[in-house]
Write a protein that binds this ligand. Structure first.
Ligand code: ZN
Length: 283
């Protein structure tokens, strides 16, 4: 004998199974740190910070400007500057094609956005890197845009904020990308002589040639929690020095403990923190 009997016909779902799957796909994401399942909208509203464990996900270049600047009434500089592929480089795919794909996907010509806007009412020059564009790598365009932003800061006496998010120099441009390190560093030297403040914000990841140039040259070098920051990767270092590396090596917190950074600041506190620092620098 059955415990209960269903009188009516079961309710039919008008949506076929495949469509139902498509509708929910991509709406959720898993936190790589605490493995919590998070609704993407929640993550977005929380500036891409896990609401459960405060893990900082990567933030796009434009979203970063939204976070730091007062409004979107900023002037973008050199938006049309694009790489000329000086070496006609090709690996698994021609570099020219890689550039075209990234430009199409992200709607930007290279891996950085440089703007002049307002932060807490104060005019600032701000550069924001985009990791989605060939790993945020620094080729001639990124180097030139940063150098021009520095020159504009210098000419107008505007404080400079550079947000790094990069795998390093762009190997597809060979020595041309390495030259950017010297160019940008020399320009920052002039900014320093003119006593115009430069705040460098290092986000996950900041490595290679970017760490070796402007990212570590700030009057204030600050990072987001948990960010990977280094020059060479841990495997290369272990093989070179033939020693096991300590726990947490190359994280923002480790670097702060060892005097390479001035502060580790959570994403939501960045704007007031930088604002206060600029008040201090500029009196
Ligand atoms: Zn989490």
């Amino acid at each position: 004998m059955a415990w209960f009997k269903r009188d009516r016909k079961p309710i039919e779902n008008p949506t076929p199974v495949e469509e139902r799957r498509v509708r929910t796909e991509g709406m959720w994401t898993k936190c790589s740190s605490c493995r919590a399942i998070i609704w993407k909208k929640d993550l977005e509203a929380n500036w891409e910070v896990c609401p459960k464990c405060e893990h900082h996900f990567r933030l796009g270049a434009r979203r970063r400007l939204e976070l730091l600047l007062d409004d979107e009434h900023y002037i973008e500089h050199d938006a049309e500057l694009a790489s000329s592929d000086p070496l006609k480089f090709s690996d698994t795919k021609p570099y020219a094609q890689r550039l075209k794909d990234a430009q199409h996907k992200l709607g930007m010509k290279d891996a950085i956005v440089t703007v002049e806007g307002r932060m807490n009412g104060r005019p600032v020059m701000c550069c924001s890197m985009e990791f989605g564009f060939i790993g945020g790598s620094m080729g001639a365009v990124v180097g030139e845009k940063v150098a021009r932003a520095i020159e504009r800061s210098l000419a107008q006496g505007l404080p400079l904020i550079v947000v790094s998010c990069s795998g390093g120099a762009r190997m597809m441009e060979g020595a041309v990308s390495l030259m950017q390190l010297a160019k940008v560093s020399a320009a920052l030297g002039r900014l320093d002589e003119a006593r115009v403040p430069f705040i460098s914000l290092l986000t996950d990841p900041t490595t290679g040639g970017v760490t070796a140039s402007y990212a570590m040259l700030g009057d204030l070098n600050i990072a987001e929690p948990g960010a990977l920051i280094g020059f060479a990767g841990p495997r290369v270092i272990e093989q070179t020095i033939r020693q096991k590396l300590p726990e947490g090596f190359q994280t923002a917190e480790f670097l702060l403990d060892h005097g390479f950074l001035d502060a580790v600041v959570p994403r939501k506190e960045l704007k007031p923190y930088i604002g206060q620092a600029l008040d201090f620098f500029l009196g």
